[in-house]
Design a protein around this ligand. Structure first.
Ligand SMILES: [Zn+2]
Length: 315
């Protein structure tokens, strides 16, 4: 009996057994269980995990499926260039890419706004969070404006506002329908009032399109929030969205804290908004092009296939 006790005592660095009185015989090493997120398997490169169903997806397969999970239909975010490529026929033209923010407030938060801009420009190869394109969508000549979420959260500063204003001008000049695909965290706070003024500028432009009876379709993708929802995203002749996109003005946490109530399940998602009359339709990414083409045919009253006069007479 004694031998193991002595061993234990020595093991614990205790000189004599006597000193152990009142102390526990077994000492637990201080190994806390560490929940290290870095321990999760990295699937960089070829594979990606679907955040919705958890299945591991082959990236090439996901890309071939327009970045939609083939198992559960989760719509991954896609960049502006890919989206334009998916929607327009080959031969489209990217325009209005030259504008750059001047950092009017010389703003610094965690880092200087100028530095943020430079980083985003390097990462995306764009000057700001939007691309305008002119081209053909099905049988229709359109002006398409697509936001780039990976450029400072797709936030709307003076450049995004001005670029949309130019898309509106192009649509008015050429009488082409306008489609804007939104992906945005809202107004760009680093530009303060200059960013908020874009809400009014863009809304006024869209009102002119309304007077000229030129269609405007708003496509909301995940996420569409803040000043973008409060202006052009909700001003479409048709307001449509991709499935399960986050769409709202203020974030759910801010609303919960303000009204001191728990928000319902699925609040601020496309399906909830459709049910409550804020959206006209939810359109799966694979159907988006076809849907837009059909909607424009209906809105512009242009038959998809031209019917000759002799056909009408014999009919
Ligand atoms: Zn999935």
């Amino acid at each position: 009996m004694r031998l193991p006790l002595i061993r234990l005592a020595r093991y614990n660095g205790q000189g004599t057994l006597g000193k152990r009185a009142g102390m526990s015989w077994f000492k637990r090493e201080d190994h806390e269980i560490v929940n290290d997120s870095r321990k999760t398997v990295r699937t960089e490169g070829l594979w990606i995990r679907c955040p919705d169903c958890g299945k591991i997806l082959f990236k090439a397969e996901l890309e071939a499926n327009l970045q939609v999970c083939p198992h559960c239909g989760h719509h991954f975010r896609i960049d502006a260039r890919t989206r334009i490529e998916n929607l327009l026929e080959p031969g489209y033209e990217l325009v209005d890419l030259g504008l750059r923010s001047t950092d009017p407030l010389n703003f610094t938060d965690l880092k200087p706004y100028k530095k943020r801009l430079a980083e985003a420009q390097r990462k995306t190869g764009l000057n700001d969070a939007i691309i305008n394109a002119v081209g053909q969508l099905g049988p229709h000549n359109v002006v398409l404006s697509v936001m780039e979420y990976s450029f400072i959260g797709g936030s709307m500063g003076a450049v995004v506002g001005e670029t949309i204003a130019r898309a509106v001008d192009r649509a008015l000049e050429t009488r082409r329908p306008l489609i804007i695909v939104a992906a945005s965290g809202g107004a760009r706070m680093m530009e303060g009032i200059a960013s908020l003024m874009q809400l009014a500028k863009v809304s006024a432009g869209l009102a002119r399109m309304d007077d000229a009876k030129i269609p405007y379709i708003s496509v909301m993708t995940d996420p569409t929030t803040g000043g973008v929802t409060a202006s052009f995203a909700m001003l479409g002749d048709l307001n449509i969205a991709e499935p399960n996109a986050l769409i709202g003005f203020a974030g759910p946490r801010v609303i919960e804290q303000t009204i001191r109530q728990k928000l319902p399940e699925g609040f601020q998602r496309s399906e909830f908004l459709l049910e409550h009359g804020f959206l006209d339709a939810i359109v799966h990414r694979k159907d988006m092009k076809q849907y837009l083409a059909q909607a424009l045919t209906w809105m512009t009253d242009q038959p998809q296939e031209t019917v000759s006069e002799s056909d009408i007479q014999t009919a």
